[in-house]
Design a protein around this ligand. Structure first.
Ligand code: PGA
Length: 235
Protein backbone atom coordinates (compact mmCIF):
# COMPACT_ATOMS: atom_id res chain seq x y z
CA UNK A 1 0.00 0.00 0.00
CA UNK A 2 0.95 3.63 -0.21
CA UNK A 3 1.10 5.72 2.94
CA UNK A 4 1.60 9.43 2.34
CA UNK A 5 2.07 12.35 4.69
CA UNK A 6 1.17 15.83 3.49
CA UNK A 7 2.92 18.22 5.86
CA UNK A 8 1.26 21.25 4.21
CA UNK A 9 2.53 24.55 5.68
CA UNK A 10 3.88 22.87 8.80
CA UNK A 11 7.32 22.12 10.22
CA UNK A 12 10.54 24.00 9.67
CA UNK A 13 13.38 22.60 7.60
CA UNK A 14 15.12 21.12 10.65
CA UNK A 15 11.86 19.67 12.00
CA UNK A 16 11.18 18.15 8.59
CA UNK A 17 14.67 16.67 8.45
CA UNK A 18 14.19 14.97 11.80
CA UNK A 19 10.71 13.80 10.72
CA UNK A 20 12.21 12.14 7.65
CA UNK A 21 15.01 10.64 9.74
CA UNK A 22 12.54 9.25 12.28
CA UNK A 23 10.55 7.57 9.51
CA UNK A 24 13.74 6.16 7.97
CA UNK A 25 14.88 4.81 11.34
CA UNK A 26 11.48 3.24 11.87
CA UNK A 27 11.61 1.60 8.45
CA UNK A 28 15.11 0.33 9.09
CA UNK A 29 14.08 -1.33 12.36
CA UNK A 30 10.96 -2.90 10.87
CA UNK A 31 10.95 -4.78 7.63
CA UNK A 32 7.99 -3.26 5.87
CA UNK A 33 7.04 -3.38 2.25
CA UNK A 34 4.87 -0.27 2.02
CA UNK A 35 5.53 2.67 -0.28
CA UNK A 36 6.07 5.77 1.84
CA UNK A 37 5.70 9.31 0.53
CA UNK A 38 6.27 12.56 2.44
CA UNK A 39 5.37 15.97 1.05
CA UNK A 40 7.23 18.68 3.00
CA UNK A 41 6.60 22.43 2.76
CA UNK A 42 8.51 23.89 -0.22
CA UNK A 43 11.14 25.62 1.91
CA UNK A 44 11.77 22.36 3.77
CA UNK A 45 12.65 20.30 0.70
CA UNK A 46 16.18 18.98 0.95
CA UNK A 47 18.44 16.24 -0.32
CA UNK A 48 17.16 12.94 1.01
CA UNK A 49 18.13 9.37 0.43
CA UNK A 50 16.46 6.34 1.91
CA UNK A 51 13.24 4.40 1.65
CA UNK A 52 10.98 7.42 1.97
CA UNK A 53 10.15 9.24 -1.23
CA UNK A 54 10.11 12.98 -0.87
CA UNK A 55 7.56 14.75 -3.04
CA UNK A 56 6.64 18.35 -3.80
CA UNK A 57 3.26 19.65 -2.63
CA UNK A 58 3.22 21.86 -5.69
CA UNK A 59 5.36 23.24 -8.49
CA UNK A 60 4.71 25.29 -11.57
CA UNK A 61 4.73 23.77 -15.05
CA UNK A 62 8.13 25.19 -15.88
CA UNK A 63 11.82 24.53 -15.66
CA UNK A 64 12.50 28.04 -14.37
CA UNK A 65 11.53 31.59 -15.28
CA UNK A 66 9.53 34.57 -14.02
CA UNK A 67 6.80 32.98 -11.87
CA UNK A 68 7.05 34.78 -8.56
CA UNK A 69 6.38 32.57 -5.60
CA UNK A 70 6.54 29.36 -7.59
CA UNK A 71 9.19 26.71 -8.06
CA UNK A 72 9.98 24.67 -11.17
CA UNK A 73 11.92 21.58 -12.08
CA UNK A 74 15.24 23.37 -11.62
CA UNK A 75 14.50 23.62 -7.90
CA UNK A 76 13.12 20.08 -7.71
CA UNK A 77 16.07 18.56 -9.52
CA UNK A 78 18.44 20.06 -6.97
CA UNK A 79 17.00 17.55 -4.49
CA UNK A 80 16.28 14.74 -6.93
CA UNK A 81 12.52 15.16 -6.51
CA UNK A 82 10.44 13.25 -9.06
CA UNK A 83 7.12 13.08 -7.22
CA UNK A 84 4.44 15.76 -7.10
CA UNK A 85 0.99 16.33 -5.63
CA UNK A 86 -1.44 17.86 -8.12
CA UNK A 87 -5.05 18.95 -7.63
CA UNK A 88 -5.12 19.06 -3.84
CA UNK A 89 -8.38 20.66 -2.72
CA UNK A 90 -6.54 23.46 -0.92
CA UNK A 91 -4.92 24.39 -4.23
CA UNK A 92 -8.21 24.08 -6.08
CA UNK A 93 -10.40 25.91 -3.58
CA UNK A 94 -8.13 28.25 -1.58
CA UNK A 95 -5.54 29.05 -4.22
CA UNK A 96 -7.95 28.97 -7.14
CA UNK A 97 -6.27 26.47 -9.46
CA UNK A 98 -8.61 25.60 -12.30
CA UNK A 99 -9.02 22.18 -13.87
CA UNK A 100 -7.43 23.63 -17.00
CA UNK A 101 -4.29 24.76 -15.16
CA UNK A 102 -4.12 21.44 -13.32
CA UNK A 103 -4.25 19.58 -16.63
CA UNK A 104 -1.39 21.72 -17.96
CA UNK A 105 0.60 20.95 -14.82
CA UNK A 106 -0.28 17.26 -14.99
CA UNK A 107 0.84 16.94 -18.59
CA UNK A 108 4.05 18.84 -17.96
CA UNK A 109 5.06 16.59 -15.08
CA UNK A 110 3.78 13.47 -16.83
CA UNK A 111 6.02 14.21 -19.78
CA UNK A 112 8.94 14.34 -17.37
CA UNK A 113 7.97 10.94 -15.93
CA UNK A 114 7.11 12.25 -12.47
CA UNK A 115 5.10 10.15 -10.06
CA UNK A 116 1.90 12.16 -9.75
CA UNK A 117 -0.48 11.97 -6.81
CA UNK A 118 -3.60 13.51 -8.31
CA UNK A 119 -6.33 14.53 -5.87
CA UNK A 120 -10.06 14.61 -6.44
CA UNK A 121 -12.91 15.27 -4.04
CA UNK A 122 -16.26 16.95 -3.65
CA UNK A 123 -17.28 19.84 -1.38
CA UNK A 124 -20.10 19.44 1.16
CA UNK A 125 -22.85 21.08 -0.92
CA UNK A 126 -22.17 18.54 -3.67
CA UNK A 127 -21.97 15.64 -1.22
CA UNK A 128 -25.39 16.57 0.12
CA UNK A 129 -26.96 16.07 -3.29
CA UNK A 130 -27.54 12.75 -5.03
CA UNK A 131 -24.80 10.20 -5.67
CA UNK A 132 -25.23 10.93 -9.35
CA UNK A 133 -24.55 14.67 -8.88
CA UNK A 134 -21.52 13.82 -6.78
CA UNK A 135 -20.08 11.40 -9.33
CA UNK A 136 -20.64 13.96 -12.09
CA UNK A 137 -18.69 16.51 -10.06
CA UNK A 138 -15.85 14.02 -9.60
CA UNK A 139 -15.97 13.16 -13.32
CA UNK A 140 -15.09 16.77 -14.13
CA UNK A 141 -11.94 16.47 -12.03
CA UNK A 142 -10.83 13.57 -14.23
CA UNK A 143 -11.34 15.65 -17.35
CA UNK A 144 -8.12 16.04 -19.34
CA UNK A 145 -6.22 13.69 -17.01
CA UNK A 146 -4.50 10.66 -18.51
CA UNK A 147 -5.93 8.06 -16.13
CA UNK A 148 -3.78 5.33 -17.63
CA UNK A 149 -0.51 7.14 -16.89
CA UNK A 150 1.80 4.50 -15.41
CA UNK A 151 3.14 6.73 -12.62
CA UNK A 152 -0.24 7.92 -11.48
CA UNK A 153 -1.65 7.59 -7.98
CA UNK A 154 -5.10 9.03 -7.32
CA UNK A 155 -6.23 10.33 -3.94
CA UNK A 156 -9.92 10.64 -3.17
CA UNK A 157 -10.21 13.41 -0.60
CA UNK A 158 -13.68 14.79 0.14
CA UNK A 159 -13.17 18.53 0.70
CA UNK A 160 -15.55 18.50 3.68
CA UNK A 161 -13.45 15.83 5.37
CA UNK A 162 -10.11 17.60 5.06
CA UNK A 163 -8.92 19.00 8.36
CA UNK A 164 -12.41 18.80 9.87
CA UNK A 165 -12.30 15.55 11.81
CA UNK A 166 -15.23 14.30 9.72
CA UNK A 167 -14.94 11.27 7.48
CA UNK A 168 -17.38 9.43 5.26
CA UNK A 169 -18.58 6.10 6.64
CA UNK A 170 -16.42 3.10 5.81
CA UNK A 171 -19.22 1.87 3.54
CA UNK A 172 -19.22 5.18 1.67
CA UNK A 173 -15.45 5.16 1.30
CA UNK A 174 -15.61 1.67 -0.26
CA UNK A 175 -18.57 2.55 -2.43
CA UNK A 176 -16.97 5.68 -3.84
CA UNK A 177 -13.57 4.04 -4.26
CA UNK A 178 -15.06 1.16 -6.21
CA UNK A 179 -16.85 3.66 -8.45
CA UNK A 180 -13.68 5.68 -8.97
CA UNK A 181 -11.77 2.52 -9.76
CA UNK A 182 -13.96 2.13 -12.81
CA UNK A 183 -12.26 5.26 -14.16
CA UNK A 184 -8.66 4.27 -13.53
CA UNK A 185 -6.70 1.28 -12.35
CA UNK A 186 -4.16 3.58 -10.67
CA UNK A 187 -3.69 2.99 -6.92
CA UNK A 188 -6.40 4.92 -5.08
CA UNK A 189 -5.69 6.53 -1.72
CA UNK A 190 -8.24 7.87 0.71
CA UNK A 191 -7.55 11.24 2.37
CA UNK A 192 -9.48 13.51 4.70
CA UNK A 193 -9.17 13.41 8.50
CA UNK A 194 -7.45 10.05 8.63
CA UNK A 195 -6.24 9.65 12.21
CA UNK A 196 -4.19 7.02 13.95
CA UNK A 197 -7.34 5.54 15.46
CA UNK A 198 -9.30 5.44 12.17
CA UNK A 199 -6.49 4.49 9.77
CA UNK A 200 -6.68 0.75 10.39
CA UNK A 201 -10.36 0.48 9.43
CA UNK A 202 -9.96 2.81 6.46
CA UNK A 203 -6.98 0.86 5.14
CA UNK A 204 -9.00 -2.33 5.39
CA UNK A 205 -11.79 -0.94 3.18
CA UNK A 206 -12.31 -2.54 -0.19
CA UNK A 207 -10.93 -0.31 -2.93
CA UNK A 208 -8.51 1.54 -0.65
CA UNK A 209 -4.86 1.20 -1.66
CA UNK A 210 -3.44 3.56 0.94
CA UNK A 211 -3.97 6.89 2.67
CA UNK A 212 -2.93 10.50 2.23
CA UNK A 213 -2.76 12.07 5.68
CA UNK A 214 -2.39 15.67 6.80
CA UNK A 215 -2.83 16.65 10.44
CA UNK A 216 -3.04 13.03 11.62
CA UNK A 217 0.50 12.39 10.36
CA UNK A 218 2.15 15.50 11.82
CA UNK A 219 3.24 13.50 14.85
CA UNK A 220 5.76 11.15 13.30
CA UNK A 221 4.95 8.28 15.68
CA UNK A 222 1.35 8.32 14.44
CA UNK A 223 2.50 8.29 10.82
CA UNK A 224 4.73 5.29 11.61
CA UNK A 225 1.83 3.50 13.29
CA UNK A 226 -0.23 3.97 10.14
CA UNK A 227 2.58 2.37 8.14
CA UNK A 228 2.40 -0.63 10.48
CA UNK A 229 -1.39 -0.82 10.02
CA UNK A 230 -0.90 -0.88 6.26
CA UNK A 231 1.56 -3.72 6.62
CA UNK A 232 -0.88 -5.60 8.84
CA UNK A 233 -3.69 -5.10 6.34
CA UNK A 234 -1.56 -7.29 4.07
CA UNK A 235 -2.96 -5.98 0.81
P1 PGA B 1 -6.15 16.02 6.84
O1 PGA B 1 -5.56 16.46 5.42
O2 PGA B 1 -5.66 14.63 7.10
O3 PGA B 1 -5.59 17.02 7.83
O4 PGA B 1 -7.63 16.08 6.74
C1 PGA B 1 -5.49 15.53 4.38
C2 PGA B 1 -5.01 16.21 3.13
O5 PGA B 1 -5.33 17.37 2.93
O6 PGA B 1 -4.31 15.60 2.31
Amino acid sequence: MIIASNLKTNLTRSQTTSYMMDVENFLEKNTLSQEILVFPAQSSLSAHSGQVTQGAQNAYATTNGAFTGEIGTEQLEEFGIKTILIGHSERRHILGESQESLVTKFNFYKNLGFKIVYCVGEPLDVREQTDEVMMKYLDLQYEGIDTSYENLIIAYEPVWAIGTGLTPSLEDISKIHLKLKEKSTAPLLYGGSVKVDTAKDILACEGVDGVLVGSGALAVENFCKMITFAEEAGK
